[in-house]
Design a protein around this ligand. Structure first.
Ligand code: ZN
Length: 206
Protein backbone atom coordinates (compact mmCIF):
# COMPACT_ATOMS: atom_id res chain seq x y z
CA UNK A 1 0.00 0.00 0.00
CA UNK A 2 1.52 3.30 -1.00
CA UNK A 3 1.59 6.05 1.55
CA UNK A 4 -1.68 7.92 1.61
CA UNK A 5 -1.14 11.23 -0.11
CA UNK A 6 -4.24 13.07 1.02
CA UNK A 7 -3.23 13.48 4.65
CA UNK A 8 -3.14 17.17 5.28
CA UNK A 9 -1.41 16.94 8.61
CA UNK A 10 -0.22 14.46 11.19
CA UNK A 11 -1.42 15.14 14.70
CA UNK A 12 1.22 13.53 16.88
CA UNK A 13 -0.50 14.52 20.07
CA UNK A 14 -3.82 12.87 19.29
CA UNK A 15 -3.25 9.62 17.37
CA UNK A 16 -6.96 8.71 17.51
CA UNK A 17 -8.12 12.05 16.13
CA UNK A 18 -9.77 11.86 12.74
CA UNK A 19 -8.93 14.07 9.80
CA UNK A 20 -11.13 15.72 7.25
CA UNK A 21 -9.76 14.74 3.86
CA UNK A 22 -9.76 16.85 0.72
CA UNK A 23 -12.56 15.82 -1.65
CA UNK A 24 -11.33 15.99 -5.24
CA UNK A 25 -13.51 17.44 -8.00
CA UNK A 26 -14.49 16.19 -11.46
CA UNK A 27 -11.58 16.42 -13.87
CA UNK A 28 -9.21 14.82 -11.36
CA UNK A 29 -7.93 11.68 -13.18
CA UNK A 30 -8.39 9.35 -10.18
CA UNK A 31 -12.18 9.81 -10.47
CA UNK A 32 -12.05 8.29 -13.96
CA UNK A 33 -9.86 5.27 -13.28
CA UNK A 34 -11.17 1.87 -12.16
CA UNK A 35 -10.08 1.39 -8.54
CA UNK A 36 -8.14 -1.73 -7.51
CA UNK A 37 -9.50 -4.28 -5.04
CA UNK A 38 -8.07 -4.50 -1.52
CA UNK A 39 -6.70 -7.66 0.09
CA UNK A 40 -8.15 -8.84 3.40
CA UNK A 41 -4.83 -7.96 5.03
CA UNK A 42 -4.95 -4.43 3.63
CA UNK A 43 -8.51 -3.87 4.87
CA UNK A 44 -7.47 -4.90 8.38
CA UNK A 45 -4.30 -2.75 8.30
CA UNK A 46 -3.96 0.28 10.59
CA UNK A 47 -3.65 2.48 7.53
CA UNK A 48 -7.00 1.45 6.00
CA UNK A 49 -8.76 1.36 9.40
CA UNK A 50 -7.62 4.92 9.94
CA UNK A 51 -8.67 5.89 6.42
CA UNK A 52 -12.16 4.50 7.14
CA UNK A 53 -12.43 6.70 10.24
CA UNK A 54 -11.20 9.73 8.28
CA UNK A 55 -13.62 9.05 5.41
CA UNK A 56 -16.47 8.75 7.94
CA UNK A 57 -15.53 12.11 9.45
CA UNK A 58 -15.16 13.69 5.97
CA UNK A 59 -18.57 12.36 4.83
CA UNK A 60 -20.29 13.55 8.02
CA UNK A 61 -18.72 16.98 7.74
CA UNK A 62 -19.60 17.45 4.03
CA UNK A 63 -22.41 16.37 4.71
CA UNK A 64 -22.99 13.41 2.43
CA UNK A 65 -24.58 9.96 2.51
CA UNK A 66 -21.69 8.18 0.81
CA UNK A 67 -18.02 8.72 0.03
CA UNK A 68 -15.79 6.56 -2.18
CA UNK A 69 -12.00 6.36 -1.85
CA UNK A 70 -11.34 7.86 -5.33
CA UNK A 71 -13.10 11.00 -4.08
CA UNK A 72 -10.28 11.48 -1.57
CA UNK A 73 -7.69 10.71 -4.23
CA UNK A 74 -7.20 6.98 -3.64
CA UNK A 75 -7.78 4.41 -6.37
CA UNK A 76 -8.93 1.58 -4.09
CA UNK A 77 -12.28 -0.23 -3.94
CA UNK A 78 -13.51 1.18 -0.67
CA UNK A 79 -16.52 3.35 0.18
CA UNK A 80 -18.36 4.46 3.31
CA UNK A 81 -22.13 4.91 3.54
CA UNK A 82 -24.45 6.40 6.17
CA UNK A 83 -27.84 8.08 5.80
CA UNK A 84 -28.21 9.64 9.23
CA UNK A 85 -31.58 10.07 10.92
CA UNK A 86 -30.77 13.71 11.71
CA UNK A 87 -30.31 14.45 7.98
CA UNK A 88 -33.75 12.95 7.32
CA UNK A 89 -35.43 15.40 9.72
CA UNK A 90 -34.91 18.18 7.16
CA UNK A 91 -36.76 16.17 4.49
CA UNK A 92 -40.58 16.14 4.22
CA UNK A 93 -42.47 12.92 4.95
CA UNK A 94 -43.81 13.03 1.38
CA UNK A 95 -40.33 13.21 -0.14
CA UNK A 96 -39.04 10.43 2.14
CA UNK A 97 -41.93 8.20 1.05
CA UNK A 98 -41.54 9.11 -2.63
CA UNK A 99 -37.81 8.31 -2.62
CA UNK A 100 -38.21 5.32 -0.28
CA UNK A 101 -35.55 6.97 1.86
CA UNK A 102 -34.90 5.57 5.33
CA UNK A 103 -31.98 5.85 7.73
CA UNK A 104 -28.98 3.64 6.96
CA UNK A 105 -26.38 2.95 9.64
CA UNK A 106 -22.70 3.63 9.02
CA UNK A 107 -20.98 0.84 7.13
CA UNK A 108 -18.13 0.12 4.76
CA UNK A 109 -18.16 -1.62 1.40
CA UNK A 110 -14.93 -2.98 -0.12
CA UNK A 111 -14.46 -4.83 -3.45
CA UNK A 112 -18.19 -4.69 -4.23
CA UNK A 113 -20.05 -6.46 -7.01
CA UNK A 114 -23.54 -5.16 -7.79
CA UNK A 115 -26.49 -6.59 -9.70
CA UNK A 116 -29.92 -5.06 -10.24
CA UNK A 117 -32.84 -7.02 -8.78
CA UNK A 118 -35.72 -6.92 -11.24
CA UNK A 119 -35.96 -4.44 -14.11
CA UNK A 120 -37.72 -1.52 -12.37
CA UNK A 121 -36.00 1.85 -12.63
CA UNK A 122 -36.77 5.03 -10.73
CA UNK A 123 -35.65 8.55 -11.54
CA UNK A 124 -34.69 11.26 -9.06
CA UNK A 125 -32.31 14.19 -8.83
CA UNK A 126 -28.99 13.39 -7.19
CA UNK A 127 -25.73 15.19 -6.59
CA UNK A 128 -22.11 14.31 -5.86
CA UNK A 129 -19.51 15.81 -3.52
CA UNK A 130 -17.05 15.61 -6.47
CA UNK A 131 -19.35 17.61 -8.77
CA UNK A 132 -19.95 20.21 -6.09
CA UNK A 133 -22.84 22.64 -6.51
CA UNK A 134 -24.87 20.74 -9.12
CA UNK A 135 -27.59 18.10 -9.43
CA UNK A 136 -29.29 16.16 -12.22
CA UNK A 137 -32.02 13.57 -12.73
CA UNK A 138 -30.64 10.03 -12.96
CA UNK A 139 -32.61 6.84 -13.62
CA UNK A 140 -31.36 3.93 -11.50
CA UNK A 141 -32.45 0.43 -10.54
CA UNK A 142 -34.99 0.48 -7.69
CA UNK A 143 -33.52 -2.66 -6.12
CA UNK A 144 -30.00 -4.04 -6.08
CA UNK A 145 -27.98 -6.83 -4.53
CA UNK A 146 -24.41 -6.06 -3.48
CA UNK A 147 -21.75 -8.59 -2.51
CA UNK A 148 -18.77 -7.02 -0.79
CA UNK A 149 -16.42 -7.15 2.16
CA UNK A 150 -17.11 -5.08 5.26
CA UNK A 151 -14.67 -3.13 7.45
CA UNK A 152 -13.53 -6.40 9.07
CA UNK A 153 -12.97 -7.96 5.62
CA UNK A 154 -15.96 -10.26 6.20
CA UNK A 155 -18.13 -11.15 3.16
CA UNK A 156 -21.45 -9.39 3.24
CA UNK A 157 -24.55 -9.46 1.04
CA UNK A 158 -26.74 -6.35 0.96
CA UNK A 159 -30.24 -6.35 -0.53
CA UNK A 160 -31.34 -2.74 -0.88
CA UNK A 161 -34.21 -0.80 -2.38
CA UNK A 162 -35.16 2.84 -2.79
CA UNK A 163 -32.72 5.59 -1.87
CA UNK A 164 -30.25 3.18 -0.26
CA UNK A 165 -30.07 1.23 -3.55
CA UNK A 166 -29.34 4.57 -5.30
CA UNK A 167 -26.53 5.38 -2.85
CA UNK A 168 -24.95 1.95 -3.42
CA UNK A 169 -25.14 2.36 -7.22
CA UNK A 170 -23.65 5.87 -7.04
CA UNK A 171 -20.74 4.83 -4.77
CA UNK A 172 -19.95 1.64 -6.70
CA UNK A 173 -19.96 3.71 -9.92
CA UNK A 174 -17.17 5.78 -8.33
CA UNK A 175 -15.09 2.61 -7.89
CA UNK A 176 -15.45 1.97 -11.63
CA UNK A 177 -14.48 5.49 -12.71
CA UNK A 178 -18.07 6.52 -13.44
CA UNK A 179 -19.82 9.71 -12.28
CA UNK A 180 -23.56 10.42 -12.22
CA UNK A 181 -23.04 12.97 -15.00
CA UNK A 182 -22.36 9.99 -17.32
CA UNK A 183 -25.85 8.64 -16.54
CA UNK A 184 -27.90 11.82 -16.10
CA UNK A 185 -30.52 13.24 -18.38
CA UNK A 186 -28.35 16.13 -19.67
CA UNK A 187 -31.27 18.55 -19.91
CA UNK A 188 -31.90 18.21 -16.17
CA UNK A 189 -28.40 19.34 -15.08
CA UNK A 190 -28.88 22.24 -12.65
CA UNK A 191 -27.14 24.28 -10.00
CA UNK A 192 -28.23 23.49 -6.44
CA UNK A 193 -29.78 26.94 -6.22
CA UNK A 194 -31.90 26.43 -9.33
CA UNK A 195 -32.81 22.93 -8.16
CA UNK A 196 -34.30 24.42 -4.99
CA UNK A 197 -35.99 27.16 -6.97
CA UNK A 198 -37.46 25.20 -9.89
CA UNK A 199 -37.12 21.43 -9.67
CA UNK A 200 -37.36 20.21 -6.06
CA UNK A 201 -39.93 17.41 -5.92
CA UNK A 202 -40.31 17.34 -9.70
CA UNK A 203 -38.95 14.78 -12.17
CA UNK A 204 -36.94 17.37 -14.15
CA UNK A 205 -37.13 18.49 -17.80
CA UNK A 206 -36.93 15.85 -20.52
ZN1 ZN B 1 -20.35 10.94 -5.81
Amino acid sequence: MTKLKTREREDRHAPEATLRLKIVQTGEPVLRQPARPLSEKEILSDEIQRLIRDMHETMTDAPGVGLAAPQVGLGIQLAVIEDREDLLKAVSAEELADKERRGVGFHVIANPGITPVGSEKVEFFEGCLSVAGFMAAVARARKVRVECLDELAKPRVIEASGWYARILQHEIDHLNGTLYIDRMHPHSFTTLDNYSRHWKGKPGPK
